[in-house]
Design a protein around this ligand. Structure first.
Ligand code: PMP
Length: 413
């Protein structure tokens, strides 16, 4: 990723399909103040005194977070996830939620985390900081397949290891853009119960994607197998660094005390970030109040924007690679329903050297898909990230990319 930043920096005139940044055309600075005021009014309505309100902003806060009720309420309305506020831990972005979940679940040398692969590097990086390597479960062209997880679990157990959890981005995945079908979700939950593992569900893109969404794993979870890792980075704003974990599993700690997994995560958080910034929670709390918990409504315009960007990319790919020469060239892409990422298979090694040629000679940057494979793979594939580009950039960028791919193809021009 550092290399990618360096290339983008070295060739500033390029059109970049690399960063997964949310589009910021809908952000307005003044909104931040409005939302904080909205949250303070809420505290007042709840009977807080001026001194309590002052402390809420200025002081350290409870480790589990101040806006757990608002998040639980929003999850009920937006996602049909029904959990008590105590099951929610407010974190510094989803990244901290991942870190805490891994620290709580993977503690013995034989413990294993499995990840759907290609995979978001935030989870692989967190695992590595904690001193272990996750086991990849390769996605097929159409996405994750339960049978492959079953095979990987059996292989791990045969090696004397103890599978603990499986991490997956079921909706509009980063990096592939794939979405898991409803049938596969049901199968995964049954498999998790049968195999006695947890599922770490990370789904930051679903409420900024157009159309009807497939239900979250957590809303379908009848066996308390799912720890839902939440992020407001795409739905509200990334700079707030507010995310959360929903962990309603009953556990017994080392001293024999019964509680929720959320309590364990909170204990760990007290030694990692102490609490999530109360000011950031106030802004996010105000946004949730303003939308009456429905971040999906808040994002209707944003989702439409991303959906239109994806349509434009697919249209330009179609136009630049007519169906008749696609197979001959060996170029293929998926058609995600979301608006952030898609994968393109190419007939050459899409490595760092190719990336430099693409930037230098064709003025277009993308991310090698191999960056997202924890243990090799994706060498002939690239990720396009389209959330941040204008329509004109998309048209020009795909034309440049097509020229590059044609030139690199064996026997290409
Ligand atoms: N999970 C996935 C799949 C992501 O793509 C991202 C952001 N790129 C995150 C988590 C990070 O979320 P946050 O900003 O809340 O830490």
């Amino acid at each position: 990723m550092n290399f990618l930043n360096e290339v983008t920096h070295r060739y500033p005139e390029t059109i970049s399909f690399a960063p997964g940044r949310p589009y910021d055309g809908f952000f307005e600075v003044e909104q931040i103040f409005t939302h904080i005021r909205r949250y303070l009014r809420h505290l007042e309505e709840q009977g807080a005194s001026p001194a309590e309100i002052r402390d809420t902003l200025f002081q350290y806060g409870p480790t589990g977070g101040r806006i757990r009720e608002l998040i639980a309420d929003s999850l009920r309305k937006d996602e049909n996830i029904d959990v008590p506020p105590e099951a929610v831990v407010v974190t510094v972005g989803c990244q901290e939620a991942m870190f805490l979940a891994l620290r709580a679940l993977v503690s013995m040398p034989e413990d294993v985390l499995l990840v759907s692969s290609p995979c978001y590097p935030g989870i692989t990086g967190a695992a590595r900081i904690l001193g272990f390597e996750p086991t990849p479960v390769p996605e097929r062209a159409a996405g994750f397949h339960c049978a492959d997880l079953q095979t990987a679990l059996a292989a791990e157990r045969a090696r004397g290891r103890r599978p603990r959890a499986f991490y997956v981005v079921p909706d509009h995945s980063n990096p592939s853009g794939n979405t898991m079908s409803l049938e596969e979700r049901h199968s995964l939950l049954e498999l998790a119960d049968r195999e006695d593992i947890l599922v770490l569900e990370d789904s930051p893109y679903r409420l900024v994607s157009p159309g009807q969404q497939v239900p979250t794993l957590k809303s379908l979870d009848r066996y308390r197998r799912v720890v839902h890792l939440g992020s407001y980075s795409k739905t509200l704003f990334p700079g707030a660094r507010v995310g959360f974990a929903v962990a309603d599993q009953h556990v017994v700690d080392r001293e024999g005390n019964a509680g929720l997994l959320a309590d364990e995560l909170t204990k760990l958080k007290s030694m990692v970030t102490v609490n999530t910034s109360p000011l950031a929670q106030a802004v996010v709390g105000g946004m949730l109040l303003a939308a009456d918990g429905r971040t999906s409504d808040l994002n209707a315009e944003t989702s439409a924007h991303y959906g239109a960007a994806m349509k434009a990319v697919l249209k330009e790919l179609d136009a630049n690679f007519p169906e008749r020469d696609r197979a001959a060239l060996g170029v293929r892409w998926n058609e995600p329903g979301g608006g952030f990422f898609l994968g393109v298979d190419v007939p050459f090694r899409a490595d760092n050297a190719a990336l430099v040629r693409s930037a230098e000679e064709y003025g277009v940057v993308w991310t090698p898909m191999s960056y997202f494979h924890p243990q090799g793979g994706g060498e002939r594939s690239l990720r396009l990230s389209i959330s941040y580009l204008t329509h004109d950039d998309i048209v020009e960028g795909i034309a440049r990319l097509a020229r590059f791919i044609r030139a690199e193809a064996p026997g290409g021009d």
